[in-house]
Design a protein around this ligand. Structure first.
Ligand SMILES: *[C@@H]1O[C@H](CO)[C@@H](O)[C@H](O)[C@H]1NC(C)=O
Ligand SMILES: *[C@@H]1O[C@H](CO)[C@@H](O)[C@H](O)[C@H]1NC(C)=O
Ligand SMILES: *[C@@H]1O[C@H](CO)[C@@H](O)[C@H](O)[C@H]1NC(C)=O
Ligand SMILES: *[C@@H]1O[C@H](CO)[C@@H](O)[C@H](O)[C@H]1NC(C)=O
Ligand SMILES: *[C@@H]1O[C@H](CO)[C@@H](O)[C@H](O)[C@H]1NC(C)=O
Length: 299
């Protein structure tokens, strides 16, 4: 459980979302999964009050503005390191939405259900999209530090909470390859069955995915293949040997999600990532799982 999160409130929001989700006839239907993913997002966002970080002061701006070049608040100008080479433009609108989902006052309360899944999806897509330029699905430690800081600064400049690294338990290491032995795109594609991965995960059936796990199983299979590469490399690089197998498989799953996000357009990736993270929330919350599986999977 993440730090600073009120579990009961969190569970409450989860239940509200599950109820909305199930009572709006998306439940166990085979409606277009991306459409239902978007609808679910809207519902999640609707839980936030109808103020966006910049909406409130808007009417006053023309009166207060001495010139269009003067920033109204210093917080709108993020202090960037200049050392991060990620392609932030590729996820501009997602970052805008993340700022709203992680709005300063609400972020700690909506962390696990709204803010952090959105933040995590945005980071994965940022890394995936950037890999199209760099051919790498992970950053090195130094680069990761600068990039996570810049990422957070940009969000804060748009009204997000300035403690998101803590709230969502994101560290620079989450932008690296961790203990996964593969981060190069070519090596990735020569190790896993990429067309099978794309066909299983390129379009997921949002509700049935949680029960049938078509994409999740494909990701697990591919992660195991990537993880096994560590043993090929042992003679060359002892550092990978230090992690245990399940940690390594998990780290490789992150690499796989980034690769998927490099093959799909950002909105499509987002639907999939949010869908998968909803399955995890459902699985993780013991009290929610019975209801979910009985109602949604006819079990
Ligand atoms: C913004 O920054 C300027 C100088 O950097 C400072 O003089 C001003 O007081 C700041 N304004 C706010 C609202 O913090
Ligand atoms: C880390 O990655 C950055 C960007 O790709 C690169 O400029 C830098 O040299 C790398 N540093 C190390 C220590 O490998
Ligand atoms: C977010 O996007 C909307 C619509 O594109 C734009 O009007 C708004 O200024 C953006 N907000 C921020 C904080 O960048
Ligand atoms: C970040 O990495 C830590 C381990 O270093 C892991 O426990 C955590 O789940 C990761 N967070 C995300 C959002 O992937
Ligand atoms: C579902 O909840 C029950 C208790 O209600 C628990 O024993 C079980 O482990 C949970 N299953 C999963 C997959 O979380």
């Amino acid at each position: 459980m993440r730090k600073g999160v009120d579990q009961n409130l969190n569970l409450y929001f989860l239940n509200v979302i599950l109820l909305l989700f199930c009572f709006h006839e998306v439940c166990c239907s085979s409606l277009d999964n991306l459409a239902s993913s978007m609808r679910m997002d809207k519902k999640a966002d609707a839980l936030l009050p109808e103020i966006s970080p910049d909406a409130a002061p808007q009417p006053l701006l023309p009166l207060l503005a001495p010139s269009p070049l003067t920033p109204f608040t210093n917080s709108t100008v993020p202090k960037l390191s200049g050392l991060c080479m990620l392609n932030f433009d590729a996820v501009e609108s997602m970052m805008n939405m993340t700022s709203t989902d992680c709005m300063a006052v609400f972020a700690p309360f909506l962390a696990n259900v709204i803010c952090c899944p959105q933040l995590e999806a945005t980071l994965v897509i940022l890394l995936g999209q950037s890999s199209k330029d760099t051919n790498m699905l992970a950053l090195n430690g130094t680069h990761a530090k600068h990039c996570l800081s810049d990422f957070e600064q940009i969000l804060v400049g748009q009204g997000a909470n300035n403690n998101l690294q803590q709230i969502c338990a994101i560290r620079p290491s989450n932008l690296t390859e961790g203990s996964c032995p593969v981060k190069n795109v070519n090596e990735f594609e020569s190790t896993v069955d990429s067309s099978q991965l794309l066909s299983a995960c390129g379009k997921i059936d949002l509700v049935n995915e949680c029960c049938e796990q078509v994409c999740q199983n494909a990701i697990s299979e591919a992660a195991k293949k990537l993880a096994l590469k560590a043993y090929d490399l042992l003679s060359m690089d002892g550092s990978h040997a230090l992690s245990d197998h399940s940690t390594r498989v998990n780290d490789c799953k992150s690499i796989i999600l980034r690769w998927l996000a490099s093959k799909l357009d950002p909105p499509q990736s987002k639907g999939i990532l949010r869908g998968l993270s909803n399955c995890n929330i459902n699985k993780g919350e013991a009290r929610a799982n019975r209801t979910f599986f009985r109602v949604c999977c006819n079990m």
